[in-house]
Design a protein around this ligand. Structure first.
Ligand code: URA
Length: 264
């Protein structure tokens, strides 16, 4: 006879599974996908052609292309509010199911500088705002060092902040290339609506999305173009927390950003 499990044991087991990375309840027992695939193949081979006069089976549903859906939705967007709503309605990214919140942006849309990070972490997922955890606090100090502040009402000093992905990847894993691709139409539209004078590409994922390449150690500090806008790749603040010696380069890049803004 099965023994009933008490509420607290069940909750502790569930929390433990979430810690291990489980983010979806599928079935009570494990599923052997290899056996299932073999069965499906065998069935397909065994099923006879429909005879004359017999109804033909329904055609398989056309496969949805999430990138095309995102492009189509983004093309219809006219404002930041529209964009947020469109992203809320986009159902083709698995990350959305595991996230608590859509992390859209923070700061001032009128700002001359737009910072593009990677993806929300645990704190950002909880609060629904980008860069609010330890890396975000360091980012605020870095910006403060060149007189910039995401809360400033002065467009010269203000910044606008978003991420490549608006939903937290489970266990903070790296975003997959297909996730970046399907969310890129929204990010392009985001930059188009904000029209910043400069974008800062924070870290490799942001460079991957904006420039189609990684290699932040080589890319950082060199002005380039991304989203039809002057773009400066920089070390990600989370990297600077792990490698404080790289703050010297980050400081040089911040000064380059400030000089560029003052020159225009
Ligand atoms: N790292 C990011 O790239 N973005 C955030 O919002 C938080 C941490």
């Amino acid at each position: 006879m099965e023994s009933a499990m008490d509420y607290h044991t069940a909750l502790a087991l569930l929390e433990w599974q979430i810690e291990l990375g489980a983010d979806e309840a599928l079935a009570d027992a494990p599923v052997d996908r290899y056996a299932a695939a073999q069965d499906a193949r065998a069935q397909a081979q065994a099923s006879p052609e429909p005879k004359k006069g017999q109804p033909t089976p329904p055609a398989p549903k056309p496969k949805i292309d999430p990138v095309a859906v995102a492009q189509d939705m983004a093309a219809r967007v006219r404002s930041l509010d529209d964009l947020r709503a469109a992203m809320q309605q986009f159902e083709h990214c698995e990350l959305k199911r595991g996230a608590r919140n859509l992390v859209f942006s923070d700061g001032r849309p009128a700002a001359r500088v737009m910072i593009i990070g990677e993806a929300p972490g645990r704190d950002e997922d909880r609060e629904g705002r980008p860069f609010v955890g330890r890396a975000g606090q360091l980012l605020d100090r870095m910006l403060g060092a060149i007189g910039m502040d995401r809360r400033s009402d002065n467009a010269e000093q203000a910044v606008y902040i978003t991420n490549v992905l608006p939903w937290r990847p489970p266990q903070n894993r790296d975003p997959k290339p297909e996730e970046i691709q399907m969310l890129l139409p929204f990010l392009r539209k985001h930059v188009e609506l904000v029209k910043p004078d400069a974008v800062v590409l924070m870290g490799n994922i942001s460079c991957q999305a904006g420039l189609g390449k990684r290699g932040i150690t080589r890319l950082r500090g060199h002005w380039t173009q991304a989203y039809d806008t002057p773009a400066l790749p920089m070390f990600h603040p989370a990297y600077l927390l792990r490698q404080p010696h790289a703050k010297r380069e980050a400081w040089a890049d911040l000064l380059a950003l400030k000089a560029r803004l003052e020159a225009r």
